[in-house]
Design a protein around this ligand. Structure first.
Ligand code: ZN
Length: 336
């Protein structure tokens, strides 16, 4: 993380700064203070947060599988954003520091990222961790930052990443997001056991598959950041070999650090939006799967979609946007 800002950050923007110095305030406390400050001093955010807290939420179950559905109109812009290269080039980047609203403050994180409250939250709290520079969303060069962030935030938080072609609404500006640990159904699925198959255990890193409704994920666990970084890079390489797109393989990822071990969950993807998104009339379903949806929390922006979501429909959407189990197995075999 030696890539500091290319330009002067507005000093008033910085609410506090985390540099990792021993004995300093924890990142969790700094983020908590930022969150309270923003609730008191940024009216639009307070309103968006209140609306989200009052959003309808329901549980849908199918056998051992449980999913959550949230009706959150605040996510409309993000869920329906046009993400073609032309549109992205023409619009002002909403993650660049000089475009943020004046009331929005940040925790400057290790001189490389701004931790912000997400102005259209899904969780309480929900942070966006934005690189200080306008550079494309890409994982490979930021794995060290991802692991450091999960370490610094501690077990109460989970960091997640949406690939530029599968969920990120700013594919042109690198960012992670953060949610509280334990709020997503997959976390329980993983803890429960019986769905995970260990495929390899080498150099202190375990790699395996987690079987979920309509989709499989790869998990990776280890306690040495350098080894995990190397494994994750190898995984990206193996995905690229198998899928061969020439770009960053499509994926969503979760990362948390608990009891000295980093735990990563990777959802290999093949499609951004399901066909149902583009259908008209009663067959249309406006769901844009990103990490949150792959994690078992489906965000709907229309009441109709909220009410009609069933495990069968969710399973169909998952199957369509995920890499099939046999391809994921092939990727895992490339890793052995
Ligand atoms: Zn930007």
């Amino acid at each position: 993380m030696n890539n500091t800002s290319d330009y002067e950050l507005t000093p008033e923007r910085i609410w506090s700064e985390f540099d990792g110095a021993p004995g300093g305030t924890s990142l969790e406390s700094m983020c908590g203070e930022l969150f309270s400050q923003q609730l008191f001093n940024w009216q639009e955010f307070a309103l968006a947060h209140m609306n989200m807290k009052g959003a309808w939420l329901r549980e849908i179950t199918s056998g051992p599988h449980t999913l959550l559905v949230q009706f959150n109109q605040g996510r409309t812009v993000s869920a329906t954003a046009a993400l073609d290269a032309d549109t992205i080039r023409r619009r002002p980047c909403f993650l660049c520091e000089y475009h943020l609203p004046a009331a929005q403050k940040a925790v400057l994180y290790r001189k490389s990222f701004l931790i912000l409250v997400n102005p259209y939250p899904i969780f309480s709290p929900h942070y966006t961790v934005v690189h200080v520079n306008h550079e494309p969303q890409a994982l490979e060069g930021q794995i060290v930052s991802l692991l450091a962030l999960a370490h610094d935030l501690g077990p109460a938080f989970t960091v997640f990443y949406n690939g530029p072609r599968c969920g990120a609404s700013a594919p042109d500006h690198h960012h992670f997001q953060v949610c509280p640990s334990g709020v997503l159904p997959i976390e329980k699925d993983w803890e429960e056991g019986g769905r995970a198959t260990l495929l390899a255990d080498r150099d202190g890193v375990s790699l395996g598959v987690l079987r979920l409704l309509g989709r499989n994920a790869l998990f990776m666990e280890g306690s040495v950041p350098e080894t995990l970084e190397a494994f994750l890079k190898r995984l990206l390489g193996a995905m690229e070999e198998v899928v061969g797109s020439g770009e960053e393989p499509m994926l969503n990822l979760f990362c948390t650090k608990k009891e000295g071990r980093w735990r990563l969950l990777i959802f290999p993807r093949r499609k951004h939006r399901p066909d149902a998104y583009y259908r008209e009339g009663k067959d249309s379903v406006l769901v844009t799967p990103g990490a949150v949806e792959m994690g078992g929390l489906l965000i709907t922006i229309r009441e109709d979609d909220f009410l009609k979501m069933t495990p069968t429909l969710a399973e169909e959407i998952y199957r369509e946007v995920s890499l099939p189990p046999e391809v994921i197995e092939e990727i895992a075999n490339h890793m052995k």
